[in-house]
Design a protein around this ligand. Structure first.
Ligand SMILES: Cc1cc2nc3c(=O)[nH]c(=O)nc-3n(C[C@H](O)[C@H](O)[C@H](O)COP(=O)(O)O)c2cc1C
Length: 318
């Protein structure tokens, strides 16, 4: 763990991960107030001005004594036409943590470090992690197998320790973590923080539709299919949502593909609006609850509550 851990004061070492069309200011504020880090993608604000308004609301609402923190996720390359504008917004509101995706975040690092913020880069492979380790970021977010959204394919049991062997900065582990025991496991592997997306989709404060929430409560791991058929990149999706859209999940026609359009990310959003994503940890969702209740049960499990009993003593029989 880096010296002077900036996250040591959190109630739980966890980030409510940024999710397209799901995370907005309400989820971010509720997460920070519950003592974790709340995050949202800049692209969830339809316009740059909307992002400015959202960030102002979050900053002003959380001003003063807040046990948690907040973060914006930014697509850092030139294919994102709003990158400069959104970076100006980030600087103006001094967003404490920026998580970048796709490409070298040199300009982001300069801007965010100028006011004392932190920059983490998200990566899905050892090669990407090695490259990002040379960029001057403060942390790496390792997207492992089983993640909601565009997933990685590496097991966290291998990915986290291997990156820890060459990287002294912060490590965040994500992918299928949906319980307090999972957060403990991530720390045991060498991570400093866990990245939980799916567990927060059905939070009362998310922007997910009621049908999406209801499906998450019903679903288990067997309902997740990993497919590149909709976005061109491997993505964990809820099979029942594909069926509900009138498509056979085992025979998805090529016409369903809608690649992300960076001119207007929302225009390519059909695959996210009508066909829903969730990670392998979906079975941990049993109710639609406020963020505070989710964090309270994660904390109970993390500290050794009912879902993670104290280890039973065992002996070798010679
Ligand atoms: C519905 C949904 C939308 C997502 N959208 C984004 C996004 O816009 N940007 C991003 O960096 N990650 C996105 N993710 C990935 C999450 O930030 C995070 O990496 C992932 O949810 C962690 O795995 P878990 O869902 O198993 O907890 C999304 C995930 C989900 C479930």
């Amino acid at each position: 763990m880096p010296e002077g851990n900036a996250f040591a004061g959190l109630r739980l070492p966890a980030i409510a991960a940024p999710m397209f069309l799901v995370s907005g200011p309400e989820l971010v504020v509720a997460s920070a107030r519950s003592g974790i880090v709340g995050a949202m993608p800049a692209a969830n604000a339809r316009t740059g001005d909307d992002l400015d308004r959202w960030c102002r609301t979050i900053r002003e609402t959380l001003a003063g004594d807040c046990p948690g923190s907040w973060s914006i996720n930014l697509v850092a390359n030139r294919r994102n036409p709003r990158v400069e504008h959104d970076l100006g917004v980030i600087r103006r509101h001094e967003v404490p943590l920026v998580v970048t995706a796709l490409g070298s975040p040199a300009a982001v690092i300069e801007a965010v470090h100028s006011y004392g913020g932190l920059v983490f880069a998200d990566v899905i492979s050892i090669e990407q992690a090695r490259k990002a380790a040379t960029w001057g970021v403060d942390g790496l977010v390792l997207i492992c197998a089983g993640a909601g959204g565009h997933t990685g394919q590496l097991s966290p049991f291998a990915f986290v320790p291997e990156v820890r062997s060459f990287w002294d900065g912060y490590i965040v582990a994500g992918g299928g973590i949906a319980t307090g025991a999972g957060i403990r496991g991530a720390l045991a592997l060498g991570a400093d923080l866990a990245y939980l997306g799916t567990r927060f989709i059905a939070a009362a404060e998310s922007m997910a539709s009621d049908n999406y929430r209801a499906m998450l409560v019903e679903a288990g791991g067997a309902d997740i299919i990993c497919t590149d058929a909709f976005t061109g990149i491997p993505n964990n999706m809820l099979r029942p949502s594909i069926v509900r859209a009138g498509i056979d999940p085992d025979n998805i026609p090529p016409a369903c593909r809608s690649t992300l359009n960076f001119e207007d990310p929302h225009s390519g959003a059909k695959a996210w609006r009508d066909i829903w994503s969730a990670g392998h940890g979906v079975g941990a969702i049993t109710a639609v609850e406020p963020v505070e209740a989710i964090v309270a049960s994660l904390e109970r499990e993390f500290r050794g509550g009912d879902a993670f009993p104290a280890p039973v003593e065992w002996r070798r029989t010679a």
